[in-house]
Write a protein that binds this ligand. Sequence first.
Ligand SMILES: [Zn+2]
Length: 402
Amino acid sequence: MDPLFDKAQTYLHHLCVALPGRSVGSDGNRAAADFFARTAAGFGFEVETPAFACLAWTSSGARLTAGGEAFAVQASPYSPGVRAEAPLTVVDSVEALAAADLAGRIALLRGEIAREPLLPKNFPFFTVEAHQRLLGLLEAKAPLALVAATARNPEMAGARYPFPLIEDGDFDIPSVYMTDGEGQRLARHAGQMIAVEIQAQRAPAAACNVIARKGGDPARRLVFCAHIDAKAGTPGAIDNAAGVVTLLLLAELLADYAGRLGIEIVAMNGEDDYANPGEQDYLRRNAGRFGEIALGINLDGLGYRAGRTAFSLYGCAPETAAVIEASFSPYPGLAPGEPWFQGDHGLFLMNGRPALALTSERAVELMTQVVHTAQDTPDLVDPARLSEAARALNELARRLGA
Ligand SMILES: [Zn+2]
């Protein structure tokens, strides 16, 4: 029996079931970070938990009624609370929005204008000009509240249906979202009074990354990271308790590590947050020092029961690629996979460092059916896959670090 298998199961249960959720700024998120810090310290790592400011959001639901009928709505994540009763204006294109007078009204956004999730206003890594323009136009029109009716869009919005058009702590117009079907029903009330109530609070909060270090020269190091946060309201098993659990198994395997290169294991806190505050903090604290990182390894979305674990290389020198290949080849559950870029290995790439990423071979299936929903539960994860990945990474750390 593999002792790491039982550990993986216990850690998974703790992160996904025992804790109340891991969205950045929540109590569950702080408890998860504490758990990670304590466990890594138990394997002889020096642990730091540098804190940063973030936004906590709590909601106890939303309601929408029109003409005595109730509609199924959810509060957009990070929406301010509101209680509004006003006439409804239906908006289905940017042109219609530009021409509309929304002062003192509630706007239903549907169709083309609500096709894909809008990137947050201050998203740090890139911008989509059309989204910026749309958000700016909405702010200028200043409706009392927004209702977004969204359709299934696996390519742009993943598994969520309906998906929140807006998920942005810097956008101050209250908003709810509903299915396209509900939107069709609601559009019949155009020009009539409707009522929207959102019970929600935003509050400044603190969170931290967890940085665990061991051995060697920290000015020449390997960085293993996995994001520890999860979308609010989801257990976040595949995304990404699985990665965090693998890091803890790796920490145990590296308990006696004494190689030449330093090892840094990071629970990154914010990959699924609208502002990526943990990633921002990590970039700030390592500004000018990314050259110290010999290889950045990111674990996100691995461990799915179906299919193998896929690894992909980014900017690795041939010697490094050969060591990765040699370290992983004894593990049949690991296979080369397609490169992907929506993950924390991007932090290394944007700073010109080589990277390695591990995810599930069937990541696309997960992204379009499971990730960011309540269905992302521990039963989807095979603890044996996490144990295998941890052993392969241990092999890699010892070969590269020697
Ligand atoms: Zn995610």
